[in-house]
Design a protein around this ligand. Structure first.
Ligand SMILES: Cc1cc2nc3c(=O)[nH]c(=O)nc-3n(C[C@H](O)[C@H](O)[C@H](O)COP(=O)(O)OP(=O)(O)OC[C@H]3O[C@@H](n4cnc5c(N)ncnc54)[C@H](O)[C@@H]3O)c2cc1C
Length: 492
């Protein structure tokens, strides 16, 4: 990647400029590069009837590294690269996984087929969907093994899941999840300990605020619809390495120019082409512009572009915070690589997957993730760390005795858009009324919550919008894991 130079554009070349080098921007670039065969190697997409190397693709990223929200920071005190917040994918994230396969990076995800749940009042239990029973019955035993739920709660969960499988997504849209769940026999304990455990971490928002169709997406597509959907995939290298170095390097090999340190500050349409201005004062002409800016920063960019006054006011979309609590301890507190914590402020515990927890100077690093952390905003960082430390005591005797050596609390108040009923109505498609302007970003109308999978799908949708305006072959979105006969019969 470079911070300089746009490279020469042949007079006949079409130029697609992508604003933002997060996962959406990189996915859009990769999709167009493969589709148009604009790569230098010339080995891809041999059968395409598309524009070939007549298409030039440039990604402009404001920061020094790509990856956007899926990134890392350098902890100067401990001289270590630490992810702002551990990111996990699931087996159902097929567009993300295929992007990593096509770029030869899929080996950098470690697949976990089971999860360990720890509740303060019960013994740890393992959630392991059956590898033999057909979906959705592969979950029956796993739900039965959740010993922190009593018999009555497990019965409620089975009834609620059965009802959810039989209710189409469109019939849930506009309903608050908490209300729907209560109306369908789930009490507050079951909502908190079962539905909340999965939904809050996947949606980054409280069950009482989110749309029920989003909870259905998590529970049906992410768990019930296919075996392997709920497998958890954890990067084995820091995010800044995976999405800040390896992925952009692979995409550049397709002929894409990725320019970091290039914040786009202006956008207008003049004499048949879009003109972008960067913070350094450079102007770049484009036939197509794909914005993958997040919902909270797009309005600012287009406010002074009269041609774009037809676009919505996306800053009305509310955000939800996720907090990573980074802990350096004097001892190992668990050998498990990841733990789901139920009934505590701490929700997930991760050990860095690229080594055991022990750091070079003999300390042990763990990360705790708290989704929907707006609730804890009033706590000081110190108080939050103390709360988390006391939550971890339920893990082991060593966790009770562990001494805290160093900590960092990282909260991104705009981690994800809050997937509330009214927000669903504001999510735009990738195509806009303007033939030269297209939208990507995890927040557009992908049908997914704010996730890496949603971001990759959005990038492919934006690439597809360019393809459609140019009259190229369509760019496909993977429909997800195939459903078996029973799942097709039982799930609406
Ligand atoms: C704390 C946290 C935890 C998360 N956990 C998970 C998880 O476990 N699993 C999961 O799937 N997802 C998770 N997510 C969500 C996931 O990170 C996002 O959905 C995804 O990375 C969004 O990608 P994007 O490309 O749409 O947006 P972004 O990553 O926000 O990319 C937008 C890019 O645009 C750039 N930009 C902004 N302004 C300009 C400008 N003017 N000019 C040029 N470039 C600009 C930004 O620097 C950024 O790189 C988490 C997010 C956070 C914050």
């Amino acid at each position: 990647m470079s911070g300089r130079g746009n490279g020469g554009q042949e007079p006949s070349q079409r130029h697609v400029v992508i604003i933002g080098g997060g996962l959406a921007g990189m996915a859009a670039a990769e999709a167009i590069a493969r589709h148009t065969g604009s790569q230098n190697t010339g080995s891809q997409n041999a059968g395409s009837q598309n524009a070939g190397s007549d298409t030039k693709i440039t990604v402009l990223e404001a920061r020094r590294v790509t990856g956007g929200r899926a990134g890392s920071f350098a902890d100067r005190v401990r001289d270590e690269t630490v992810d702002y917040c551990q990111h996990v994918a699931m087996g159902c994230c097929t567009n993300l996984l295929q992007l990593l396969q096509r770029t030869g990076l899929d080996a950098h995800l470690h697949r976990h087929e089971s999860l360990t749940f720890v509740h303060p009042l019960t013994k740890p239990c393992k959630f392991a969907p059956s590898s033999l029973a057909p979906a959705p019955f592969h979950l029956a035993g796993a739900i039965g093994s959740m010993t922190f739920l009593d018999e009555r709660q497990r019965w409620q969960v089975r009834r609620g899941m059965a009802r959810l499988l039989r209710t189409a997504e469109k019939d849930l849209r506009g309903q608050l999840a908490g209300q729907w769940l209560r109306e369908h026999g789930q009490d507050d304990d079951t909502i908190g300990e079962f539905w909340g455990t999965f939904a809050v971490s996947a949606l980054g928002e409280e069950v009482d605020r989110v749309d029920m169709s989003a909870v259905r997406k998590v529970m049906v597509d992410g768990f019930a619809a296919a075996r392997g959907a709920s497998d958890v995939l954890v990067p084995t290298v820091p995010l800044s390495d995976l999405f800040g170095v390896r992925l952009p390097n692979q995409i550049e090999r397709l002929g894409v120019s990725i320019r970091t340190g290039q914040a786009v500050s202006g956008l207008e349409y003049r004499e048949g082409s879009a003109v972008l201005t960067t913070n350094s004062g450079e102007t770049i002409h484009a036939d197509h512009v794909i914005s993958t800016l997040p919902w909270f920063s797009l309005d600012k960019l287009i406010a002074n572009t009269p041609e774009l006054s037809c676009m919505g006011a996306y800053s009305k979309i509310s955000s939800s915070a996720i907090t990573g609590v980074h802990l350096w301890l004097d001892r190992e507190i668990t050998k498990l690589p990841l733990v789901v914590l139920v009934g505590t402020v701490a929700q997930w515990l991760f050990r860095p997957p690229w080594r055991d927890s022990r750091t070079e100077n003999g300390e042990h690093y763990y990360q705790v993730v708290i989704s929907a952390s707006n609730n804890w905003r009033s706590l000081s960082k110190e108080a939050l760390v103390q709360t988390v430390m006391s939550d971890l005591r339920h893990l082991s005797k060593d966790a009770c005795d562990a001494r805290l050596l160093h900590s960092r609390v990282v909260t991104d108040p705009h981690s994800v858009f809050s997937i509330q009923p009214e927000v669903l109505e504001l999510r735009p498609p990738a195509s806009t009324p303007l033939p030269w302007f297209h939208l990507g970003g995890d927040w557009i109308d992908t049908g997914w919550p704010a996730t890496m999978e949603g971001a990759v799908i959005s990038g492919r949708m934006a690439a597809g919008s360019v393809a459609s305006r140019e009259g190229w072959d369509p760019i496909e979105i993977d429909p997800g894991l195939p459903r078996g006969t029973l799942a097709r019969l039982l799930i609406r």
